[in-house]
Design a protein around this ligand. Structure first.
Ligand code: HEC
Ligand code: HEC
Ligand code: HEC
Ligand code: HEC
Ligand code: HEC
Length: 400
């Protein structure tokens, strides 16, 4: 344990996180005996666990975070997470809940029903981190109990009246170390890798690509009333979910560039992965499906890539297929192996060729993104949820 003395005239103690992620909530150091009372020291009055208290001074950031999936990472806010968590507790036992909390609410990983857990991946989950170690989630994040909010800029120790400040933290400024603590990879109890976003970034052709470079773009407004700068980095952490909130489908559309052309009696569709990792990445249920419909000069349909089920033509599906010991497809948490990964690799451009009838005059091609494949939405009781309906993320037209 380190003891640091910094500018506020307080003796501040840095507590290390507990080694056992699944059983421990954030370890808190004993209050330093020399700490002034709240009345003498306004710094001690702000509840640094609660993002609402930051709004007076960092309003823009708080507003962005509020609509991010980090704010919705708890079972009370995310129906997909809640449903899978319940199913896993039923099938795999109650100890599962603490394992989820290590990343979904790291400040209270083993107390999933607490008010602190309900805040999900909150401000202090990232800005209270003194150091990132090996491991995942809570096990990797060393939370300090010194009331210093670590940030990307070199600040004097007394820059803020509400909390400590200090030098820029490398795990925030390098754009990925902090993110990888939760996003590198996740394994199911059988040891099968399910989410793999961070490892995929390592395969990206541009070695300087960072998570924050794409997911925290610069916004040309100050971060809040106290900011000394005219711009800040967005805390909306855009990802696919934004396309279901109505406003921001553009981010999801930016993941892939699609082109279509007719080459003799073949339709050639090219798909270029412009995201920083596999596409689709992250939660292994994501599914992208291509459909193509050919029409003759009179506008009558003469062909389509698939009729009832996309699985008639597996090459139109970008997804991961997980199987059990009998080789039957199952949801990733229950799998003993991944049988097929047809997603676009980082930087991959894939050409798909389809034979079309000679009478073809035009072909309309579309790409649809599912947060959950239809069978999984059924299994999770979410078939009627708006989240089960796909979004069109790319369209192209080929003409003779
Ligand atoms: C190692 C950290 C980690 C652990 C442990 C973890 N998750 Fe996650 N989970 C994530 C991350 C990160 C995402 C966001 C998608 C991605 O990049 O993988 C996510 C996303 C999800 C999603 C998709 C949610 C949505 O709205 O689409 C579900 C469902 C989910 N997790 C369930 C669980 C359950 C249930 C557990 C516990 C058994 C669990 N997770 C444990 C890190 C973790
Ligand atoms: C009473 C105002 C006030 C409140 C409340 C407040 N802060 Fe701050 N914070 C500041 C000031 C002032 C700075 C220094 C800003 C600067 O120099 O640009 C700062 C800096 C920061 C930084 C460092 C930013 C950087 O550019 O490196 C972080 C991170 C931060 N605050 C997080 C928080 C969080 C999280 C909360 C809520 C739990 C919070 N703050 C509440 C005033 C406040
Ligand atoms: C998932 C991690 C994460 C969460 C959650 C998070 N931040 Fe940040 N924050 C970052 C990172 C990373 C940066 C630095 C980005 C950069 O400049 O490269 C940052 C930057 C900042 C800055 C400096 C802004 C600027 O660009 O000048 C402030 C202030 C801040 N955060 C406050 C907050 C507050 C308040 C909350 C909660 C409402 C919050 N953050 C939640 C990761 C996070
Ligand atoms: C403490 C663990 C943790 C850290 C650190 C963390 N995340 Fe996350 N992140 C999560 C979890 C958990 C989810 C999934 C929440 C859900 O869907 O329920 C998530 C979701 C996301 C999403 C998905 C949004 C969507 O629409 O599905 C993006 C993008 C993201 N995080 C980016 C980042 C970036 C960039 C960083 C680093 C600055 C970061 N995260 C740091 C845990 C973390
Ligand atoms: C070149 C830009 C780029 C970079 C670099 C990048 N991403 Fe993404 N990311 C995207 C785009 C675009 C999407 C939407 C497509 C998708 O969901 O796969 C996305 C999706 C995601 C998702 C949602 C996955 C899900 O569960 O559906 C998460 C989580 C995520 N990114 C985290 C990260 C993390 C962590 C890093 C760094 C290790 C990173 N991204 C690097 C562009 C990028």
């Amino acid at each position: 344990m380190n003891v640091r003395i910094i500018g506020l005239g307080l003796a501040l103690v840095v507590a290390c996180g507990d080694d056992d992620a699944s059983t421990a909530a954030t370890t808190r150091a004993a209050e330093p005996t020399t700490a002034p009372t709240a009345a003498e020291n306004p710094v001690a009055t702000v509840d640094l666990d609660d993002p609402r208290t930051c709004a007076t001074c960092h309003a823009a950031v708080v507003e962005e975070w509020e609509r991010s999936m980090h704010a919705e990472a708890h079972q009370s806010r995310d129906p997909i997470y809640a449903a899978l968590r319940t199913l896993r507790i039923e099938r795999q036992g109650p100890q599962v809940a603490g394992q989820c909390g290590t990343c979904h609410h790291p400040l209270a990983s083993s107390e999933p029903e607490s008010p602190l857990a309900a805040l999900g991946v909150s401000c202090r989950s990232c800005h209270g981190v003194a150091e990132v170690r090996e491991g995942a989630g809570h096990a990797a994040l060393v939370f300090a109990d010194d009331r210093v909010m670590r940030g990307p800029h070199d600040l004097r120790a007394d820059a803020s009246p509400a909390h400590g400040t200090g030098p820029a933290a490398a795990h925030l400024t390098d754009g990925k170390t902090l993110c990888l603590a939760c996003h590198r990879e996740a394994r199911n109890p059988q040891g099968v890798v399910t989410c793999n976003t961070g490892n995929e970034l390592a395969e990206h052709a541009d070695a300087s690509a960072t998570c924050t470079g794409c997911h925290m773009p610069t916004v040309e407004t100050p971060s809040g009333a106290v900011s000394t700068r005219t711009s800040h980095r967005s805390h909306a952490f855009l990802g696919p979910h934004a396309a279901w909130e109505g406003s921001a489908a553009d981010f999801l559309r930016s993941a892939v560039a699609m082109n279509a052309r007719l080459d003799g009696d073949a339709l050639v569709v090219s798909l270029e992965n412009r995201s920083g990792h596999g596409f689709p990445s992250g939660y292994p249920g994501r599914l992208v499906v291509l459909q193509a419909i050919a029409k003759d000069p009179s506008g009558a349909e003469v062909w389509r890539a698939w009729r009832e089920e996309a699985s008639e033509r597996p090459e139109v599906m970008l997804t991961q297929v997980y199987v059990d010991a009998e080789g039957q497809p199952v949801m990733a948490p229950f799998a003993t192996a991944m049988a097929r990964d047809s997603r676009l690799r980082p930087n991959e451009t894939r050409e798909l060729r389809f034979d079309v009838p000679p009478t073809t005059a035009t072909v309309e091609v579309s790409l649809r993104f599912f947060l959950l494949p239809p069978k999984a939405s059924q299994a999770l009781g979410l078939a009627q949820s708006p989240l089960a309906a796909p979004r069109v993320i790319a369209e192209a037209r080929a003409t003779r």
